[in-house]
Design a protein around this ligand. Structure first.
Ligand SMILES: [Ca+2]
Ligand SMILES: [Ca+2]
Length: 340
């Protein structure tokens, strides 16, 4: 076949090359400033990637799917080279990593996709990461000089907000709605992270809040919110009203009158109709002795409370009908214990 003394000519295409001692190589890093934190083993990361061979042919890409690739870092859920590549990254960072086969799919390759001993190149874009132990991060952007009253659990708060992903993608803005957002704190009206971030604020204060997914919309996500996404809220407290505990319509801010019925029965005829009851509650509120549940009108409150107290529904409250909610709750609790 090959004659003696022949000169041979080979056309060689170098598909890839590696040394078994090679580690991963990181190139073309784009690190956003500031980088408050770098990923560590145990973090849960969401990233996009484009995977190619050294010849530039793409074998896999997350961009063709609906979302990011999500995984824990440093726990062996991805090939060893990728586990290394994802350590020490910043949120929003882009990097190219070159992974030798012994840190990828080895001499075996993987199915029809990865040939034996292939060097892999990944262009990675880190969207966000968090640790399952993360708490809400609150950064105060602006605090008014006078800040005496601050929000607390049960208060009705009104606020403006913008909600974005870590990469700045806008998800929601209260400016899109006709009315400002409002919520009662501590009563599961908003996601836990936002609820916490809205506490201890004074009117006019502005904050930036970072909410990990377990205090946000979790692994399931929500309309417009990707699975396991970290959320950033920019909030401004516009106003708030002091609230009452769940189940209450009215609370006393001072001691309850010694004889509540006598105090309520202003014309001393032994019974309290709705009008008299309403006058009494209004007086307590105007004198600062009591507070009604915010978000309801005085008329609604009075009607509801009256219905609760007029137990035989004859249109008047009598001394034996009148009971404080705390005492009612106590009696109910006692009855429950006696049952058991
Ligand atoms: Ca009366
Ligand atoms: Ca009655």
């Amino acid at each position: 076949m090959i004659p003696p003394q022949a000169t041979l000519v080979f056309d060689i295409l170098l598909e890839d090359i590696h040394n078994p001692k090679d580690n991963i190589t990181v190139e073309s890093q784009e690190v956003p400033e500031p980088c408050a934190r770098r990923s560590v083993a145990g973090d849960y990361i969401r990233y996009h990637y484009n995977g190619t061979f050294l010849n530039g042919v793409t074998f896999d890409t997350s961009y063709q799917r609906n979302g990011t690739y999500n995984t824990y870092i440093g726990m062996g859920y991805v090939i060893p080279g990728m586990d290394q590549a994802l350590l020490g990254v910043c949120q929003g960072e882009r990097r190219r990593v070159i992974i030798p086969p012994h840190l990828a799919y080895g001499e075996q390759g993987a199915g029809d996709v990865i040939p034996p001993s292939a060097v892999l190149v990944f262009d990675i874009h880190v969207i966000d990461f968090h640790n399952p132990s993360d708490k809400v991060e609150i950064e105060i952007i602006y605090k008014p000089e006078v800040c005496n009253d601050t929000t607390a659990v049960n208060d009705l708060v009104r606020y403006h907000y913008n909600c974005t992903l870590m990469d700045g993608t806008l998800l929601f803005s209260s400016h899109d709605y006709e009315n400002m957002q409002d919520a009662v704190l501590g009563q599961d009206k908003v996601i836990d992270g936002l609820d916490e971030g809205l506490r201890g604020m004074c009117v006019g204060e502005k904050r930036r809040i970072i909410v990990p997914p377990h205090l946000g919309h979790g692994e399931r996500g929500a309309a417009g919110v990707p699975s396991s996404a970290v959320l950033v809220f920019n909030i401004e407290l516009v106003s708030f009203e002091r609230g009452v505990p769940p189940g209450y319509l009215f609370v006393w801010l001072e001691d309850t009158p010694a004889d509540l019925f006598e105090a309520m029965d202003m014309n001393k005829n032994g019974e309290v109709p709705m009008e008299e009851f309403g006058e009494f509650i209004k007086l307590q509120v105007s004198e600062g002795k009591g507070r009604i549940k915010p978000g309801m009108t005085m008329e609604e409150i009075v009607a509801d409370m009256f219905q609760n107290q007029d137990r035989n529904k004859d249109g008047v409250i009598t001394p034996n009908e009148l009971k404080l909610k705390v005492d009612e709750d106590k009696e109910r609790e006692q009855a429950r214990h006696e049952e058991l």
